[in-house]
Every structure is written in C-alpha cells, then in structure tokens.
Design a binder for this molecule. Sequence first.
Ligand code: ATP
Ligand code: GLN
Length: 147
Amino acid sequence: LPIVRAQSSPDYTPDAQFYKVEAILRPWRIQQVSSALLNMGIRGVTVSDVRGFGAQGGSTERQAGSEFSEDKFVAKVKMEIVVSKDQVEAVIDKINEVARTGEIGDGKIFCVNFPICLVQRVSSERGELAERMTGGRTDMSSTTPPV
Ligand code: ATP
Ligand code: GLN
C-alpha cells in the first residue's frame, strides 16, 4: 500500500499553540523512530508500554518475538510528543515513514486536538520557551540564535 501523506492540518483549535502527537507503535520499532525524531530536532518524548488491539484483532503477528500475546491484546508502545503546531505534520510524517513495515499491526498516530493550555518546564521557563529544546527543531530551523 502507498504511504498516504498527511496534508496540512485543519486549524481545529486556532488558539492552541501546542498539540500532542500520540503514536501507538510496535515496540521493536521505537528505537528507530526515536532516533529519527532526535535527528529532526525532537528531544522531548514520553513512552509507555501499552497493550491494545485494532484491525489486527489481537492475532499473533507473522514476525516472531515480543509482540506475541496470550490474550487478544498485543504489546505496543505509546509515544507522546508535545510540539508546537507548526511541527505536527513533520513529526507525523516522520513517524509514519519510519514505523511502517506494511504488515498489519504497524500502529496508528493520533494528533490530540484539545489544546495543551500551557507548557511549564519544572523550575524554569513557561510557554513557548518551555516547549523548545536547546538545539531542537526550532533552533535547527531558525537563522537567528534563540533568545
Ligand atoms: P530526563 O527525562 O532524563 O530528566 P530531561 O531533563 O532533558 O531528561 P525534561 O526536558 O526535563 O527532560 O523532560 C522530562 C520528561 O518530560 C522527559 O523525560 C519526557 O518524558 C517528558 N517530555 C519533555 N518534553 C516533552 C515533550 N515536548 N513531549 C513529550 N514529552 C516530553
Ligand atoms: N518544538 C520543540 C523545539 O523546537 C521540540 C519539542 C520536542 O522535542 N518535543 O525544540
């Protein structure tokens, strides 16, 4: 199947500065995905071990190993990435590209459409500065040094 490229996001919540991308992926793809995100300047990522079923219906995968499950739920990893609005499409495209095997069970990516009201870095910055990572995507794409 061809990769369906994400189009530019409708402005669901015009006032929102930040969105959360949630990707439910194969555990053994996480390392490649996080490296790819790191390379594009994404440094803030949270992962959790989760179990779920979707189109796959919980059936054992053709690939051997970690995703075997005795019940109908298959082990997945949920990756959560809070980014500024203008970085959402690039993050989704990258995850889609790297996480894909073409087999059933590749996972799903959600862009959470409620506003992240505020980002507060513990003990220091708030707002846009708190969401940015030093040397991160914003730095990489700007010509002027960060303030
Ligand atoms: P460590 O996690 O080792 O403390 P750090 O101090 O660089 O590294 P912080 O930037 O303080 O990490 O963030 C703490 C945790 O918050 C991260 O480990 C990550 O789980 C989560 N996190 C930070 N920024 C984001 C983001 N933009 N999106 C999702 N998760 C994030
Ligand atoms: N948007 C941030 C930046 O430009 C990166 C956010 C993240 O790493 N999750 O630095």
